[in-house]
Design a protein around this ligand. Structure first.
Ligand code: HEM
Length: 408
Protein backbone atom coordinates (compact mmCIF):
# COMPACT_ATOMS: atom_id res chain seq x y z
CA UNK A 1 0.00 0.00 0.00
CA UNK A 2 2.58 2.53 -1.19
CA UNK A 3 2.00 6.19 -0.51
CA UNK A 4 -1.06 5.64 1.60
CA UNK A 5 -0.79 6.82 5.16
CA UNK A 6 -2.45 5.06 8.04
CA UNK A 7 -4.44 8.22 8.72
CA UNK A 8 -5.93 8.16 5.23
CA UNK A 9 -6.76 4.50 5.50
CA UNK A 10 -8.61 5.17 8.73
CA UNK A 11 -10.44 8.07 7.13
CA UNK A 12 -11.40 5.87 4.21
CA UNK A 13 -12.63 3.22 6.60
CA UNK A 14 -14.66 5.90 8.35
CA UNK A 15 -16.27 7.02 5.12
CA UNK A 16 -17.10 3.47 4.13
CA UNK A 17 -18.43 2.79 7.60
CA UNK A 18 -20.68 5.82 7.45
CA UNK A 19 -22.10 4.68 4.15
CA UNK A 20 -22.83 1.18 5.36
CA UNK A 21 -24.33 2.57 8.56
CA UNK A 22 -26.72 4.60 6.43
CA UNK A 23 -27.72 1.42 4.67
CA UNK A 24 -26.23 2.53 1.36
CA UNK A 25 -24.44 -0.17 -0.59
CA UNK A 26 -21.02 1.37 -1.22
CA UNK A 27 -20.10 0.28 -4.73
CA UNK A 28 -23.21 -0.94 -6.46
CA UNK A 29 -25.96 1.50 -5.58
CA UNK A 30 -27.31 1.92 -9.09
CA UNK A 31 -30.85 2.99 -9.70
CA UNK A 32 -33.15 1.72 -12.39
CA UNK A 33 -32.43 3.17 -15.85
CA UNK A 34 -35.36 5.38 -16.75
CA UNK A 35 -33.61 8.14 -18.71
CA UNK A 36 -35.51 8.45 -21.98
CA UNK A 37 -33.69 8.23 -25.34
CA UNK A 38 -36.01 11.04 -26.47
CA UNK A 39 -33.73 13.37 -24.45
CA UNK A 40 -30.66 12.27 -26.37
CA UNK A 41 -28.91 13.64 -29.45
CA UNK A 42 -30.39 10.69 -31.37
CA UNK A 43 -33.89 11.72 -30.27
CA UNK A 44 -34.95 8.08 -30.04
CA UNK A 45 -33.59 4.66 -29.21
CA UNK A 46 -34.33 1.24 -27.81
CA UNK A 47 -33.93 2.48 -24.23
CA UNK A 48 -31.73 -0.46 -23.21
CA UNK A 49 -30.00 0.11 -19.88
CA UNK A 50 -26.45 1.23 -20.88
CA UNK A 51 -25.03 -0.85 -18.03
CA UNK A 52 -25.44 -3.81 -20.38
CA UNK A 53 -24.00 -2.22 -23.50
CA UNK A 54 -20.27 -1.92 -24.30
CA UNK A 55 -18.58 -1.18 -27.65
CA UNK A 56 -19.57 -3.85 -30.13
CA UNK A 57 -17.48 -2.32 -32.94
CA UNK A 58 -14.17 -1.76 -31.15
CA UNK A 59 -14.15 -4.61 -28.64
CA UNK A 60 -13.82 -7.67 -30.90
CA UNK A 61 -11.32 -5.99 -33.21
CA UNK A 62 -9.01 -4.85 -30.39
CA UNK A 63 -9.39 -8.15 -28.53
CA UNK A 64 -8.17 -9.93 -31.68
CA UNK A 65 -5.07 -7.68 -31.80
CA UNK A 66 -4.28 -8.63 -28.19
CA UNK A 67 -4.96 -12.31 -28.80
CA UNK A 68 -2.63 -12.36 -31.80
CA UNK A 69 0.13 -10.64 -29.80
CA UNK A 70 0.26 -7.66 -32.17
CA UNK A 71 0.10 -4.85 -29.61
CA UNK A 72 3.70 -3.64 -29.95
CA UNK A 73 3.53 -3.56 -33.75
CA UNK A 74 0.16 -1.80 -33.71
CA UNK A 75 1.39 0.77 -31.15
CA UNK A 76 4.41 1.54 -33.32
CA UNK A 77 2.07 2.36 -36.22
CA UNK A 78 -0.38 4.28 -34.01
CA UNK A 79 2.44 6.51 -32.73
CA UNK A 80 2.79 7.94 -36.26
CA UNK A 81 -0.87 8.99 -36.33
CA UNK A 82 -1.07 12.45 -34.78
CA UNK A 83 -3.33 14.80 -36.77
CA UNK A 84 -7.04 14.81 -37.59
CA UNK A 85 -6.39 15.16 -41.32
CA UNK A 86 -3.78 12.39 -41.50
CA UNK A 87 -4.82 9.13 -43.15
CA UNK A 88 -5.00 6.10 -40.88
CA UNK A 89 -1.48 4.58 -40.84
CA UNK A 90 -0.67 1.74 -43.18
CA UNK A 91 0.61 -1.56 -41.87
CA UNK A 92 -2.26 -2.10 -39.42
CA UNK A 93 -4.39 -5.26 -39.42
CA UNK A 94 -7.12 -4.74 -42.02
CA UNK A 95 -10.08 -4.99 -39.65
CA UNK A 96 -8.47 -2.51 -37.22
CA UNK A 97 -7.89 -0.10 -40.08
CA UNK A 98 -11.51 -0.46 -41.19
CA UNK A 99 -12.67 0.18 -37.65
CA UNK A 100 -10.50 3.30 -37.35
CA UNK A 101 -11.67 4.64 -40.72
CA UNK A 102 -15.22 4.39 -39.53
CA UNK A 103 -14.54 5.60 -35.96
CA UNK A 104 -12.77 8.76 -37.11
CA UNK A 105 -15.86 10.08 -38.93
CA UNK A 106 -17.66 12.87 -37.11
CA UNK A 107 -21.35 12.18 -36.43
CA UNK A 108 -23.76 13.71 -38.98
CA UNK A 109 -25.11 16.01 -36.27
CA UNK A 110 -21.69 17.58 -35.56
CA UNK A 111 -21.87 21.32 -36.13
CA UNK A 112 -18.60 22.93 -37.23
CA UNK A 113 -19.67 26.42 -36.19
CA UNK A 114 -20.53 25.23 -32.69
CA UNK A 115 -17.23 23.37 -32.41
CA UNK A 116 -15.40 26.58 -33.33
CA UNK A 117 -17.43 28.53 -30.76
CA UNK A 118 -16.59 25.90 -28.16
CA UNK A 119 -12.89 26.21 -28.94
CA UNK A 120 -13.03 29.97 -28.41
CA UNK A 121 -14.93 29.47 -25.16
CA UNK A 122 -12.43 26.85 -23.99
CA UNK A 123 -9.59 29.26 -24.64
CA UNK A 124 -11.23 32.13 -22.78
CA UNK A 125 -12.21 29.94 -19.85
CA UNK A 126 -9.12 27.73 -19.85
CA UNK A 127 -8.17 28.70 -16.31
CA UNK A 128 -11.44 27.41 -14.85
CA UNK A 129 -11.84 24.47 -17.21
CA UNK A 130 -8.36 23.10 -16.63
CA UNK A 131 -8.93 23.36 -12.91
CA UNK A 132 -12.38 21.76 -13.05
CA UNK A 133 -11.58 18.99 -15.50
CA UNK A 134 -8.12 18.34 -14.11
CA UNK A 135 -8.30 18.58 -10.31
CA UNK A 136 -12.10 18.51 -9.91
CA UNK A 137 -12.75 15.77 -12.47
CA UNK A 138 -9.74 13.85 -11.19
CA UNK A 139 -11.03 13.88 -7.62
CA UNK A 140 -14.49 12.84 -8.78
CA UNK A 141 -13.09 9.98 -10.83
CA UNK A 142 -11.35 8.49 -7.79
CA UNK A 143 -14.71 8.48 -5.98
CA UNK A 144 -16.27 6.48 -8.84
CA UNK A 145 -15.49 2.91 -7.73
CA UNK A 146 -15.47 1.22 -11.12
CA UNK A 147 -13.27 3.86 -12.65
CA UNK A 148 -10.85 4.09 -9.72
CA UNK A 149 -10.48 0.34 -9.54
CA UNK A 150 -10.10 -0.22 -13.27
CA UNK A 151 -7.50 2.52 -13.52
CA UNK A 152 -5.64 1.21 -10.48
CA UNK A 153 -5.53 -2.39 -11.68
CA UNK A 154 -4.74 -1.58 -15.33
CA UNK A 155 -1.25 -1.18 -16.71
CA UNK A 156 -1.14 2.61 -16.28
CA UNK A 157 -2.25 2.43 -12.64
CA UNK A 158 1.31 1.63 -11.61
CA UNK A 159 2.65 4.91 -13.03
CA UNK A 160 0.18 7.66 -12.29
CA UNK A 161 2.38 10.45 -13.55
CA UNK A 162 2.47 8.87 -16.98
CA UNK A 163 -1.24 8.21 -16.84
CA UNK A 164 -2.04 11.80 -15.88
CA UNK A 165 0.05 12.87 -18.86
CA UNK A 166 -1.81 10.59 -21.24
CA UNK A 167 -5.23 11.45 -19.89
CA UNK A 168 -4.46 15.14 -20.15
CA UNK A 169 -3.65 14.64 -23.85
CA UNK A 170 -7.30 14.09 -24.62
CA UNK A 171 -8.43 16.85 -22.25
CA UNK A 172 -6.18 19.39 -23.89
CA UNK A 173 -7.03 18.15 -27.37
CA UNK A 174 -10.73 18.77 -26.60
CA UNK A 175 -9.95 22.22 -25.22
CA UNK A 176 -7.58 23.27 -28.01
CA UNK A 177 -8.44 26.00 -30.51
CA UNK A 178 -7.83 23.65 -33.43
CA UNK A 179 -9.53 20.68 -31.68
CA UNK A 180 -11.67 19.47 -34.58
CA UNK A 181 -9.89 21.34 -37.34
CA UNK A 182 -7.73 19.38 -39.79
CA UNK A 183 -4.54 20.34 -37.93
CA UNK A 184 -5.96 19.45 -34.49
CA UNK A 185 -5.73 16.04 -32.88
CA UNK A 186 -8.85 15.38 -30.84
CA UNK A 187 -10.19 12.83 -33.34
CA UNK A 188 -6.92 10.90 -33.18
CA UNK A 189 -6.75 10.96 -29.38
CA UNK A 190 -10.40 9.98 -29.00
CA UNK A 191 -10.17 7.04 -31.42
CA UNK A 192 -7.00 5.84 -29.68
CA UNK A 193 -8.70 6.15 -26.29
CA UNK A 194 -11.69 4.20 -27.59
CA UNK A 195 -9.29 1.41 -28.54
CA UNK A 196 -7.53 1.60 -25.13
CA UNK A 197 -10.91 1.14 -23.44
CA UNK A 198 -11.60 -1.87 -25.67
CA UNK A 199 -8.22 -3.31 -24.64
CA UNK A 200 -9.08 -2.80 -20.97
CA UNK A 201 -12.37 -4.67 -21.50
CA UNK A 202 -10.36 -7.62 -22.76
CA UNK A 203 -7.50 -7.46 -20.24
CA UNK A 204 -9.01 -6.44 -16.92
CA UNK A 205 -11.25 -9.51 -16.47
CA UNK A 206 -8.00 -11.54 -16.59
CA UNK A 207 -6.56 -9.64 -13.59
CA UNK A 208 -6.34 -11.61 -10.34
CA UNK A 209 -8.04 -8.61 -8.73
CA UNK A 210 -11.09 -8.79 -11.03
CA UNK A 211 -13.32 -11.09 -8.95
CA UNK A 212 -12.98 -8.62 -6.04
CA UNK A 213 -13.36 -5.40 -8.03
CA UNK A 214 -15.75 -6.37 -10.83
CA UNK A 215 -18.75 -4.86 -9.05
CA UNK A 216 -21.11 -7.34 -10.65
CA UNK A 217 -19.79 -6.73 -14.17
CA UNK A 218 -18.56 -9.37 -16.58
CA UNK A 219 -16.89 -6.73 -18.70
CA UNK A 220 -15.70 -3.30 -17.51
CA UNK A 221 -16.33 0.18 -19.00
CA UNK A 222 -19.94 -0.11 -20.07
CA UNK A 223 -21.75 2.69 -21.90
CA UNK A 224 -23.21 3.71 -18.53
CA UNK A 225 -19.73 3.93 -17.03
CA UNK A 226 -18.58 6.13 -19.91
CA UNK A 227 -21.49 8.50 -19.33
CA UNK A 228 -20.75 8.57 -15.59
CA UNK A 229 -17.24 9.80 -16.35
CA UNK A 230 -18.59 12.22 -18.94
CA UNK A 231 -20.75 13.84 -16.26
CA UNK A 232 -17.77 14.07 -13.91
CA UNK A 233 -16.12 16.20 -16.60
CA UNK A 234 -18.70 18.09 -18.68
CA UNK A 235 -21.79 18.32 -16.46
CA UNK A 236 -19.76 18.96 -13.33
CA UNK A 237 -17.70 21.72 -14.99
CA UNK A 238 -20.83 23.49 -16.24
CA UNK A 239 -22.50 23.20 -12.81
CA UNK A 240 -19.46 24.74 -11.14
CA UNK A 241 -19.11 27.58 -13.64
CA UNK A 242 -22.73 28.52 -13.03
CA UNK A 243 -22.29 28.18 -9.25
CA UNK A 244 -19.27 30.48 -9.41
CA UNK A 245 -21.32 33.00 -11.42
CA UNK A 246 -18.98 32.91 -14.37
CA UNK A 247 -20.49 34.69 -17.30
CA UNK A 248 -21.47 31.99 -19.80
CA UNK A 249 -23.74 33.11 -22.63
CA UNK A 250 -26.45 30.72 -23.90
CA UNK A 251 -24.48 30.29 -27.15
CA UNK A 252 -21.29 29.44 -25.21
CA UNK A 253 -23.16 27.00 -23.01
CA UNK A 254 -24.61 25.26 -26.07
CA UNK A 255 -21.22 25.18 -27.77
CA UNK A 256 -19.49 23.73 -24.71
CA UNK A 257 -22.15 21.03 -24.49
CA UNK A 258 -21.72 20.31 -28.18
CA UNK A 259 -17.96 19.75 -28.05
CA UNK A 260 -18.49 17.23 -25.26
CA UNK A 261 -21.35 15.53 -27.10
CA UNK A 262 -19.18 15.08 -30.18
CA UNK A 263 -16.19 13.99 -28.09
CA UNK A 264 -18.06 11.29 -26.22
CA UNK A 265 -19.53 10.06 -29.51
CA UNK A 266 -15.95 9.78 -30.79
CA UNK A 267 -15.14 7.75 -27.67
CA UNK A 268 -17.77 5.23 -28.73
CA UNK A 269 -20.81 6.34 -26.71
CA UNK A 270 -24.05 5.57 -28.51
CA UNK A 271 -26.03 8.62 -29.56
CA UNK A 272 -29.11 7.46 -27.67
CA UNK A 273 -27.20 7.88 -24.38
CA UNK A 274 -25.74 11.32 -25.12
CA UNK A 275 -27.88 14.08 -23.57
CA UNK A 276 -29.24 16.64 -26.03
CA UNK A 277 -29.46 19.49 -23.50
CA UNK A 278 -27.93 20.49 -20.18
CA UNK A 279 -31.26 19.74 -18.48
CA UNK A 280 -31.18 16.23 -19.90
CA UNK A 281 -27.55 15.94 -18.80
CA UNK A 282 -28.43 17.02 -15.26
CA UNK A 283 -31.22 14.45 -15.12
CA UNK A 284 -28.97 11.67 -16.38
CA UNK A 285 -26.14 12.67 -14.05
CA UNK A 286 -28.48 12.44 -11.06
CA UNK A 287 -29.44 8.96 -12.16
CA UNK A 288 -26.04 7.52 -13.07
CA UNK A 289 -23.33 9.51 -11.27
CA UNK A 290 -24.71 10.59 -7.90
CA UNK A 291 -25.75 7.12 -6.65
CA UNK A 292 -22.47 5.38 -7.52
CA UNK A 293 -20.05 7.71 -5.71
CA UNK A 294 -18.32 5.71 -2.98
CA UNK A 295 -15.01 5.20 -1.24
CA UNK A 296 -12.61 2.47 -2.29
CA UNK A 297 -9.09 1.56 -1.19
CA UNK A 298 -7.91 2.15 -4.74
CA UNK A 299 -9.63 5.53 -5.06
CA UNK A 300 -8.14 6.76 -1.79
CA UNK A 301 -4.68 5.69 -2.83
CA UNK A 302 -4.96 7.24 -6.29
CA UNK A 303 -6.24 10.50 -4.76
CA UNK A 304 -3.26 10.61 -2.42
CA UNK A 305 -0.84 10.05 -5.30
CA UNK A 306 -2.50 12.66 -7.51
CA UNK A 307 -2.65 15.35 -4.83
CA UNK A 308 0.93 14.54 -3.80
CA UNK A 309 2.09 15.05 -7.40
CA UNK A 310 0.16 18.28 -7.61
CA UNK A 311 1.61 19.58 -4.34
CA UNK A 312 5.14 18.88 -5.54
CA UNK A 313 4.52 21.25 -8.44
CA UNK A 314 2.74 24.09 -6.77
CA UNK A 315 4.91 25.56 -4.10
CA UNK A 316 8.34 25.18 -2.59
CA UNK A 317 7.18 27.21 0.43
CA UNK A 318 5.92 24.41 2.65
CA UNK A 319 2.20 25.26 2.41
CA UNK A 320 1.80 23.16 -0.69
CA UNK A 321 0.06 19.95 0.31
CA UNK A 322 -2.45 21.50 2.77
CA UNK A 323 -3.35 24.12 0.18
CA UNK A 324 -3.74 21.51 -2.54
CA UNK A 325 -5.89 19.34 -0.26
CA UNK A 326 -8.10 22.29 0.62
CA UNK A 327 -8.43 23.30 -3.03
CA UNK A 328 -9.44 19.76 -3.98
CA UNK A 329 -12.00 19.68 -1.16
CA UNK A 330 -13.38 23.04 -2.22
CA UNK A 331 -13.76 21.86 -5.80
CA UNK A 332 -15.63 18.63 -5.14
CA UNK A 333 -17.32 19.39 -1.82
CA UNK A 334 -17.24 17.55 1.50
CA UNK A 335 -19.09 14.41 0.43
CA UNK A 336 -16.68 13.47 -2.35
CA UNK A 337 -13.64 14.77 -0.43
CA UNK A 338 -14.53 12.49 2.48
CA UNK A 339 -14.97 9.53 0.15
CA UNK A 340 -11.51 10.27 -1.26
CA UNK A 341 -10.13 10.73 2.30
CA UNK A 342 -8.81 14.18 1.44
CA UNK A 343 -7.66 15.73 4.74
CA UNK A 344 -9.69 18.64 6.00
CA UNK A 345 -7.32 21.57 6.05
CA UNK A 346 -9.52 24.05 7.86
CA UNK A 347 -7.37 27.14 7.58
CA UNK A 348 -6.86 26.82 3.84
CA UNK A 349 -10.42 25.73 3.18
CA UNK A 350 -11.73 28.78 5.01
CA UNK A 351 -9.30 30.95 3.11
CA UNK A 352 -10.28 29.55 -0.27
CA UNK A 353 -13.97 29.98 0.49
CA UNK A 354 -13.24 33.58 1.34
CA UNK A 355 -10.99 34.53 -1.57
CA UNK A 356 -12.40 32.47 -4.44
CA UNK A 357 -15.56 34.55 -5.10
CA UNK A 358 -13.63 37.87 -5.32
CA UNK A 359 -10.95 36.22 -7.44
CA UNK A 360 -13.61 35.01 -9.89
CA UNK A 361 -15.34 38.42 -9.81
CA UNK A 362 -12.01 40.10 -10.59
CA UNK A 363 -11.38 37.73 -13.49
CA UNK A 364 -14.90 38.39 -14.75
CA UNK A 365 -14.23 42.12 -14.69
CA UNK A 366 -16.77 42.72 -11.92
CA UNK A 367 -14.42 43.72 -9.12
CA UNK A 368 -11.45 46.14 -9.11
CA UNK A 369 -8.04 44.77 -8.17
CA UNK A 370 -7.68 46.52 -4.77
CA UNK A 371 -10.67 44.56 -3.47
CA UNK A 372 -9.11 41.16 -4.18
CA UNK A 373 -7.51 39.85 -0.94
CA UNK A 374 -3.72 39.44 -1.38
CA UNK A 375 -3.88 35.78 -0.34
CA UNK A 376 -6.01 35.12 -3.44
CA UNK A 377 -2.87 35.36 -5.55
CA UNK A 378 -1.22 32.51 -3.66
CA UNK A 379 -4.10 30.32 -4.72
CA UNK A 380 -4.14 31.75 -8.21
CA UNK A 381 -0.43 31.02 -8.54
CA UNK A 382 -0.82 27.46 -7.22
CA UNK A 383 -3.45 26.81 -9.88
CA UNK A 384 -1.26 28.28 -12.58
CA UNK A 385 1.63 26.07 -11.57
CA UNK A 386 -0.63 23.10 -11.64
CA UNK A 387 -1.93 23.87 -15.13
CA UNK A 388 1.61 24.40 -16.35
CA UNK A 389 2.61 21.04 -14.92
CA UNK A 390 -0.29 19.37 -16.65
CA UNK A 391 0.57 21.06 -19.92
CA UNK A 392 4.22 20.04 -19.85
CA UNK A 393 3.39 16.51 -18.75
CA UNK A 394 1.24 15.98 -21.81
CA UNK A 395 4.05 16.95 -24.16
CA UNK A 396 5.65 13.98 -25.85
CA UNK A 397 3.27 11.43 -24.36
CA UNK A 398 1.33 9.16 -26.70
CA UNK A 399 -1.77 7.09 -26.04
CA UNK A 400 -1.02 3.45 -26.75
CA UNK A 401 -2.76 0.14 -26.28
CA UNK A 402 -1.90 -1.69 -23.05
CA UNK A 403 -0.80 -5.31 -23.45
CA UNK A 404 -1.13 -6.28 -19.81
CA UNK A 405 -2.75 -5.31 -16.50
CA UNK A 406 -1.00 -3.60 -13.59
CA UNK A 407 2.17 -5.56 -13.01
CA UNK A 408 2.66 -7.39 -9.74
C1 HEM B 1 -7.53 5.19 -20.53
C2 HEM B 1 -10.26 9.15 -21.08
C3 HEM B 1 -14.05 6.68 -19.37
C4 HEM B 1 -10.95 3.46 -17.54
C5 HEM B 1 -7.98 6.42 -20.92
C6 HEM B 1 -7.21 7.38 -21.67
C7 HEM B 1 -7.95 8.49 -21.79
C8 HEM B 1 -9.22 8.26 -21.15
C9 HEM B 1 -7.55 9.78 -22.48
C10 HEM B 1 -5.83 7.13 -22.27
C11 HEM B 1 -4.78 7.36 -21.31
C12 HEM B 1 -4.01 6.15 -20.96
O1 HEM B 1 -3.69 5.35 -21.84
O2 HEM B 1 -3.72 5.99 -19.79
C13 HEM B 1 -11.55 8.79 -20.74
C14 HEM B 1 -12.73 9.63 -20.93
C15 HEM B 1 -13.81 8.91 -20.49
C16 HEM B 1 -13.30 7.66 -19.96
C17 HEM B 1 -12.70 11.04 -21.53
C18 HEM B 1 -15.27 9.26 -20.48
C19 HEM B 1 -15.81 10.36 -20.94
C20 HEM B 1 -13.53 5.64 -18.65
C21 HEM B 1 -14.28 4.77 -17.78
C22 HEM B 1 -13.40 3.87 -17.25
C23 HEM B 1 -12.10 4.16 -17.82
C24 HEM B 1 -15.76 4.87 -17.53
C25 HEM B 1 -13.64 2.75 -16.27
C26 HEM B 1 -14.74 2.50 -15.64
C27 HEM B 1 -9.76 3.63 -18.23
C28 HEM B 1 -8.61 2.78 -18.07
C29 HEM B 1 -7.63 3.28 -18.93
C30 HEM B 1 -8.20 4.42 -19.60
C31 HEM B 1 -8.51 1.61 -17.11
C32 HEM B 1 -6.23 2.83 -19.14
C33 HEM B 1 -5.53 2.00 -19.04
C34 HEM B 1 -4.10 1.64 -18.89
O3 HEM B 1 -3.66 1.65 -17.79
O4 HEM B 1 -3.47 1.36 -19.88
N1 HEM B 1 -9.20 6.96 -20.64
N2 HEM B 1 -11.93 7.63 -20.15
N3 HEM B 1 -12.21 5.24 -18.66
N4 HEM B 1 -9.49 4.60 -19.16
FE1 HEM B 1 -10.71 6.06 -19.71
Amino acid sequence: MDGLSRRKMLMAGGALGAFTALGVAPANARSLWTWAPGSSVAGSGAGIDPQWVWDEEADPVVAAVLERGEVAAVNARLATWTRNDQPVPTGLPAELRDFMEHARQLPPWADRAKLEAAATFNKGRGFYLNLLNGVGGGMLSTAIPREARSVYHSKGGADMEDRVAKTSLLGFAIGALDAYRPDGDVIVQAVKTRMVHAAVRHLLPQSPAWPRISDGQKTPISQADIMVTWHSLATYAMQKMLEWKINVTPAESAAYLHVWQVSVHMLGAHDEYIPATWDAAEAQSKQVLDPVLASTREGVELTDILLGQLAEQTSPGGIDRPLVDALARYLVGDRVADLDAIPEERFWLKTIKLVWPPLVAFREGLLPLPLVPPLAWTIDEAIRQYILWFLTKGRGATISLPDTNRPG
